[in-house]
Design a protein around this ligand. Sequence first.
Ligand SMILES: C[S@@+](CC[C@H](N)C(=O)[O-])C[C@H]1O[C@@H](n2cnc3c(N)ncnc32)[C@H](O)[C@@H]1O
Length: 303
Amino acid sequence: MTILRLALVFHLDSEMASPLNKTLRIEHLPVSLDLPTLDVASTVNSERSGIFNGDVIDGLRRMGGWRFDLIIADPPYNLGKDFGNDSDKRTRTKFEGWTRNWIGALTSVSSETASLYICSDWKCSGLIESAMADAGWTILNRITWKREKGRGAARNWKQNMEDIWFAVRDPKHYVFNIEAVKVEKKVIAPYRQDGKPKDWIQTPAGERIRKTHPSNIWTDLTVPFWSMPENTEHPTQKPERLIERIILASSNQGDRVLDLFSGSGTTSVVAHRLGRRFCGVDMNPDYVRLGLARLKREGYECE
Ligand SMILES: C[S@@+](CC[C@H](N)C(=O)[O-])C[C@H]1O[C@@H](n2cnc3c(N)ncnc32)[C@H](O)[C@@H]1O
């Protein structure tokens, strides 16, 4: 046990000391005394982008009249994680009531053609699905993301997945840019028609590939880790590539993306990079600062 602990300490020390460690840390950020909030008195409006410090339900109330084309919400899963507050440590009943509350408030800030994605783990997945359906959203899919993180459990199966529910306001009118998210697949049986490749191409390296429609099981995305420039101190940061796939598929340039429970700002950062407008909300001021620092790195100055 002692050897194990020593090995862990050594591993953490060398990880922190390594010049390859790109983690953005809160202690390195400038302290801003007046972080942007969604205060009624402020001049914010839905045309401007930004990450705001505040409570999601309160924020949604203050956004009256704003209309977002895409909403991506990555809420606490009630697993007891430390987000610098008690938001992940509710009783089951309180968590259910609160979840239904904020999901119920989303229709008032969504456009008629809006799409909604909500992340969950297996424990709260059922609740999220029923709250979305009860709030009037048409659920079109459940994406399962296979994510490798953490050690296994001794007396249970290792937790290795997250669900992302995908719903729309109007199943007849919504954006889905399939060409932007097609994936390359190795062709096992390279059929030919009249001697020519049928639906596949040969790369310069000689590989036979086909661009196919992505499925609802995502196995090609790792969680951010310490040597990746996108990594921050946030304990449950989503990978940029995962968010990128969602934004590319379900929005167009210039659209408005709502980043609820923005944490380290992943959705806002990717939305900006892809030419969308964005509005992030998180109650932890340090996470808002992380998000603003990431945006600054992208050349974006929040007003
Ligand atoms: C799962 S994390 C989001 C991580 C984020 N997607 C990222 O990539 O960094 C959930 C976040 O919700 C925030 N949070 C929890 N309750 C909140 C509330 N009522 N209002 C605003 N933010 C809240 C926490 O501070 C935490 O950063």
